[in-house]
Each structure stands twice: as C-alpha cells, then as structure tokens.
Design a binder for this molecule. Structure first.
Ligand code: FAD
Length: 416
C-alpha cells in the first residue's frame, strides 16, 4: 500500500467517510434518452453497463423506484452456478459464469466472487439418475461437473448427515467446482459505478407509472419525476414485471411469489462450499462473515409482500436440521423475503415485445442472481440491435405461443 493510500485511509477514518468520493452521481433526469432501463437491480444495471461498454450507447438512464439493489438483488442468497440441463439454458448461464470469472477485474470492483463449488444432493435412485444425466449434458456443453457418491461426500463435507437412517438418506450429489457465491450488494454497486463512469444516469426514487406509445412504437415513460422520452425501453423489474406489463397493455405468463431466506448468528468457519437439496427443500452456505445463509423454496401463494409465511420458515429449518444436525443449536438472526417472477418452464424471458422498442427481461424466478452479468449482456445486445443474440433467441415471448418451452424445473428445483 502506498504512503498516499495509508494517509488517505487514515484521513477518511477520522472524518467518518465524509470526504469519500461518491461511487456514482445522482443526476436529475434528462428530457430524453436513447435508451431507458426500468429497474435498478443487478440485471438492469448490468444491461445499462454493457449497452454503454459494448455497444457505445452513452445517453442511457436506469430508473429505479427505490434504491439500487433494494429488490431481489440485495435479498438473494448469492449462489452462482451454470449446471442447467438443456443446451439453451446451460449456454446462457455458462456465458454468465465466464463473465463472473473476470467481473471484479472488468468492473475494477471486488464483487467477492468465490468459486467454492456447489453440491446438488440426490436422495432417491431417480434423483441420482437425473444427476448423472445432467452432469453428462453439462459436460457436452463445456460446463464442469461430476457425480459424487455418499462415501466421498461424507469425506468432503464432514458435517453433512449421510446416515442411511435419515428420513431422506443422501445417496450422492452433482458437484460443480466452478460454482459458488458472490457478494450481492457489491455486484449492484460495481455495475452502478462502472455504468456511471461510462455516462449512464442512475436515477433512484423514480418510479415508472406508465408507458407512452404511438402507432405501435414506444415513445417514453411516465415517472414519478415526470415524463421521459426514449425510443427504447427495457423493463427489468423482476417480481413487479407483470405490473409493468399491465401498464403497457401486455400480459406475461408470469406468477409472482414470495421467496424467503435466513441468516444465523456468525460462527467459526465450518462449511466451505454450497449444499442444496431439492428433496428436503433447503440449501445452505456460510458467508465470509461466518453467518449461515439458508434458503427455501418459494411460498406457494401469489403475492407482492416481501415477507413470506411461517410454515415455510419451519419447513426449511427442519430440512437444514436434517442435513446438518450439528447446526441445531445455532440461532437464526434474520429472515426476509423477496418477490420472484416465475415462468411456467422455470426459464427467463429476454425478449422484444409487440410494441416496437419495448423489451422485457424477467421470469428469472428463484435463480437469476447467478445470471446477472450474462442477462445484462444479452439484453444490451437485444436492445442495441433490436434483435436477440443467439444466446437469448430461445428465451423470447414467442415460445409461449409456439410451445417451444425449455423445461428447467429439474435443474431449477429449489433453484438458486
Ligand atoms: C430470498 C431469495 C433468494 C434468492 N437466491 C438466489 C440465489 O442464491 N441464486 C440466484 O441465482 N438467484 C437467487 N434469487 C433470485 C435472484 O435474486 C433474482 O432472480 C435476481 O436478483 C433478479 O435481479 P433483477 O435485477 O432482475 O431484480 P431486482 O433486484 O428485484 O431488481 C428489480 C428492480 O426493479 C425495481 N422496480 C420495480 N418496479 C419498478 C417501477 N415501476 N419503476 C422503477 N423501478 C421499479 C425494483 O425496486 C427493483 O429494485 C433469490 C431471490 C430471493 C428473493
């Protein structure tokens, strides 16, 4: 560390960070932009960043109704993997994985990407056959993966309950070594700072309340800060996507559900990987601070409340106790929920619409954090060229008319 940095650190420590340079500006909206992104989550910020960086569009705004990263981006359990079954999905998530692998350098911001590996447990013979099939399919797509049996698992994860006497005995797992976690807030902040540096206006507390269109073409958006004109609008609002679609006079095949997560009090390092189980419906990792980060399946009812029900909390805790009896005396500190936008085939929509210049990127359901860079990268291409990239061509709205669905329920499962 240079002498200058040490002095600067000391000065800022004494001044309570008052003199820290802001990481992004807080501009008032212009009257017109060449492109607007609605939603300042990770996907929206990444879309704006790649539009500016890869396609040279600089007159862009991201409009966020609250604060950036305050939606699912700041509420998720940060699991990153790319081991999806079908070619289309595996290639899209693998594109994202490759972007993750260089993201801290690209953004010059440490997103704390940690490739600690992800295990998806199998509890029945059918689970194990599905795991074998998925690992084979992954390898054909250049995605890393291996099948691990219960004996090997109990060596690698000593605290995992691999007893044949448990309610759902663990028979083995798929393992993706390049999978892992990233720091969710840092991802939003890193993309925001890098997009801002390329001239993107990030406007918080700016809710989009309507769309103006003429002759089938988008003209701009009504917002809580006034009307803003733009020939291209990308809607990237996750759990609120159907609300925004309704404002534009469209219907999306999406249901919004609460999805919950929990963190424990911090404890010493005890779990150095990510463990997920579709059968018992829970998954767990340990954060760098020491908290156990626990995730659930969706709450089954539809809703926009960012909370969820006690039944799911109880069910998930029982699942984690079954997998890791050693954690039975750890106290949980916090619980929260987000609103996830689920599609019938557990795959996203990254698509043009019937309104020229209006695009939707949504339907990531319980598992979109892992796709943040890739999702932004393909939406940027789609908006800049008014044409899908080959990586997202299959994820258009047309598939709900043609029936060419890409069923990823198996790989999504309890998801994440
Ligand atoms: C509890 C939980 C755990 C999860 N765990 C994982 C995981 O481990 N791994 C994984 O891959 N995925 C996970 N996910 C899913 C993942 O979080 C999401 O798929 C992803 O973060 C979606 O990103 P986004 O940027 O599209 O959405 P968001 O971050 O939700 O951003 C959308 C933004 O749009 C804004 N908005 C909404 N309406 C308007 C409007 N009218 N005007 C302006 N702005 C508006 C919202 O305020 C919000 O900030 C989890 C989700 C939850 C809730």
């Amino acid at each position: 560390m240079s002498r200058y940095s040490i002095f600067s650190l000391a000065r800022n420590a004494i001044s309570h960070h008052e003199n820290w340079q802001r990481a992004w500006r807080s501009p008032t909206p212009k009257k017109r932009y060449d492109a607007i992104i609605v939603g300042g989550g990770g996907h929206g910020l990444a879309s704006a960043y790649y539009m500016a960086k890869e396609h040279g569009l600089r007159n862009i705004a991201v409009l966020e109704k609250g604060w950036i990263g305050g939606g699912n981006t700041g509420r998720n359990t940060t699991i990153v993997r790319s081991n999806y079954l079908w070619d289309e999905a595996a290639q899209l998530y693998e594109k994202s994985m490759k972007l993750w692998e260089g993201l801290s350098q690209d953004l010059n911001y440490n997103v704390m990407f940690s490739q600690r590996g992800v295990y998806n447990l199998g509890h029945t013979l059918q689970d194990m056959r599905d795991i074998q099939r998925r690992v084979n399919a992954n390898r054909l797509n250049g995605v890393d993966g291996e099948v691990v049996d219960a004996v090997e698992l109990s060596k690698r994860i000593p605290h995992l309950n691999c007893s044949p006497d448990s309610r759902y005995p663990v028979l083995g797992a798929s393992f993706q070594p390049r999978g892992g976690t990233a720091r969710h807030d840092a991802v939003a902040w890193g993309f925001a700072r890098a997009a801002d540096a390329l001239g993107v206006d990030i406007i918080q507390n700016c809710e989009v309340t309507g769309f103006r269109r003429e002759n089938g073409e988008i003209q701009g958006v009504e917002t809580s800060q006034g009307y803003i004109e733009s020939p291209k609008v990308g809607v990237v609002t996750a759990g609120s996507s159907s609300v925004l679609a309704d404002l534009a006079g469209l219907r999306l095949p999406i249901e919004s559900h609460p999805l919950q997560a929990f963190v424990s009090e911090p404890i010493k390092p005890v779990l150095d990987t990510v463990v997920m189980s579709n059968a018992v419906h829970g998954y767990i990792s340990q954060s760098d601070k020491g908290d156990l980060v626990v995730g659930a399946g969706i709450d089954s009812y539809n809703g926009y409340g960012q909370r969820g029900s006690f039944t799911t909390i109880e069910h998930t805790m029982a699942a984690i106790m079954e997998l890791f009896p050693i954690f039975s005396r750890v106290r949980m500190n916090r619980q929260w929920g987000g609103i996830v936008d689920t599609c019938p085939d557990a795959c996203p929509i990254i698509s043009k619409t019937d309104i020229k210049g209006l695009y939707f990127n949504c339907g990531w359901g319980t598992g979109g954090f892992k796709a943040t860079p890739g999702s932004g990268w393909v939406l940027a291409h789609t908006m800049a060229n008014d044409q899908a990239h080959q990586l997202n061509a299959a994820f258009s709205l047309d598939r709900f008319i043609s029936g060419a669905l890409i069923d990823e329920h198996g790989a999504a499962g309890v998801a994440h």
